[in-house]
Design a protein around this ligand. Structure first.
Ligand SMILES: *Cc1c(COP(=O)(O)O)cnc(C)c1O
Length: 468
């Protein structure tokens, strides 16, 4: 084969740039990335020819040059982060973005962030305001606290609280509460970062009031309670409640801090789940400072919400760290809208996706399962598909033992393996993330919306991923 002839038949750059498809790309994306892609793909082509032993294949590669350039340019301009269908049934899936925000709420946020807003401007006074002002009163009303603020996430809350109230001093924590949350967020490590020193008391399974009392010294700056969000110690156990610690803390004039992890504002027992201590209960029991996540069971944007006595919250607002940990306008705007829903529990459960998914009846979930299964059967795809009962999880390190009865659509491909199908589903334009159980693909419909039924069915039907 004559390689020189092949090299010469590669279109020159200026000729390529005249190509109508390439010109259209330049119009859409600008000349920079088009030029870059032309160079990348012609270099690749030369390297291919250098190694090739087959003239026919090499000519085919040359004829594909323009479409290769098109793909490279398009890929550069396609956002890597995109929507996926969560078929796992895990409602707060940390890897899939934790709490989804409703479209209604996001529509309202658009006008606040695409133009200017009163984020830090007090319209009544005509001067500088506070970014927490938009939701501070609301949080106080909902929880009974005196003051409130929010930072980037709940890990930041813990850091800021300890740094503001206990730097250079000691903080007492039960050994049963020295948790790791995930992503290596460990209470002892955060404590070290904050400049406070940890005093561990009790044992893994039992901590008594005396343990706290004996550990309090002149150096003690706070008593910290941490909700063991993602695990449970059961059996021969004992722990000391906030209410029992209050008299000791008052006597020593130090605060009791509680890290609740998930911020629950409603009684989940009403919806068939275990009762999870609510934020209001913590405040009512006398906790001086309470913190929780915005995007766990609260169902809002990623944030760390801190509420409690005004004198402590004021200290935190003045801490230099607050500037580094502060929330942005997207979060401030979304948080206010989500918290407003809680003014009526009924509205909150309807309008906050996390609460809606959590409380939806199995029959209602089953309706979606039957609709999806029906469409898949109607299209006569090479799969066996059935509607089966399954169990959803809460996830996000919340209520680790709870399971919610749910309904799934199972898919067993006839021509390819389950693993192959699982991988192909991940690579779809709208990736579908299923569970694989007992050698079948399982889509738990609790976390799949009505609109997503067509997204799933459409992609399975036309993408050809079901055939060999
Ligand atoms: C989840 C959790 C955190 C961390 O919250 P993020 O919002 O993920 O930063 C801290 N403490 C507890 C007890 C938690 O459950």
């Amino acid at each position: 084969m004559n390689k020189n002839l092949l090299y010469r038949s590669i279109p020159k750059v200026d000729v390529l740039l005249e190509d109508s498809a390439i010109q259209e790309l330049t119009g859409r994306y600008g000349k920079e990335t088009v030029m870059e892609s032309v160079h990348i793909e012609t270099d690749r082509l030369r390297a291919y020819i250098a190694k090739s032993e087959n003239e026919e294949e090499a000519r085919k590669e040359i004829s594909l040059l323009v479409s290769r350039v098109e793909k490279t340019v398009t890929d550069m301009h396609t956002p890597n982060m995109r929507m996926v269908v969560n078929g796992t049934g895990t409602i707060l899936h940390t890897n899939l973005g934790r709490a989804p925000i409703s479209e209604e709420h996001m529509k309202k946020v658009i006008s606040l962030v695409s133009g200017y807003s009163n984020l830090e401007y007090n319209l009544d006074a005509g001067k500088r305001g506070e970014r927490y002002s938009h939701f501070e009163k609301l949080l106080c009303r909902l929880t009974g606290a005196e003051a409130a603020m929010a930072v980037n996430n709940n890990a930041s809350s813990v850091l800021l609280i300890l740094s503001s109230l206990a730097k250079g001093g000691e903080v007492i924590v039960s050994r049963g509460e020295l948790i790791e949350i995930g992503g290596k967020f460990r209470i002892p490590d955060v404590m070290e970062q904050s400049g406070a020193s940890l005093v561990e008391v009790g044992t893994t399974n039992k901590t008594h009031y005396d343990d706290y009392e004996d550990a309090v010294t002149e150096e003690t700056k706070a008593l910290l309670k941490v909700h063991t969000s993602n695990y449970r110690i059961v059996g021969f156990t004992d722990s000391v409640g906030i209410d029992e610690l209050i008299p000791l803390a008052r006597e020593k004039d130090i605060p009791v801090i509680e890290d609740l992890g998930s911020g629950v504002l409603i009684d989940l027992a009403k919806y068939g789940l275990a009762h999870e201590p609510t934020v209001q209960e913590s405040i009512a029991k006398g906790a001086d400072v309470v913190c929780f996540s915005g995007d766990k069971l609260l169902g809002g944007p990623q944030a760390g919400i801190i509420i409690g006595k005004k004198k402590y919250i004021d200290k935190m607002k003045k801490n230099q760290l607050t500037r580094a940990l502060r929330i942005d306008k997207f979060t401030a705007a979304t948080l206010e809208l989500v918290l407003q829903e809680y003014l009526s529990e009924e509205k909150a459960v309807q309008n906050i996706p996390v609460l809606r998914m959590l409380s939806e009846s199995q029959e209602s979930v089953a309706g979606r399962a039957h609709r999806l299964c029906g469409i898949l059967k109607e299209r006569k795809l090479p799969v066996k598909t059935e509607v089966k009962p399954c169990e959803s999880q809460i996830g996000g390190g919340s209520l680790p033992l709870e399971r919610i009865p749910s309904t799934a659509v199972t898919i067993r491909p006839e021509e390819i393996s389950v693993n192959e199908l699982e991988e192909r589903m991940r690579r779809l334009p709208v990736p579908i993330i299923p569970r694989t159980v007992n050698d079948e693909i399982l889509l738990d419909m609790r976390t799949v919306s009505e609109q997503e039924i067509n997204v799933i069915a459409g992609q399975l039907a036309v993408s050809g991923i079901l055939v060999k």
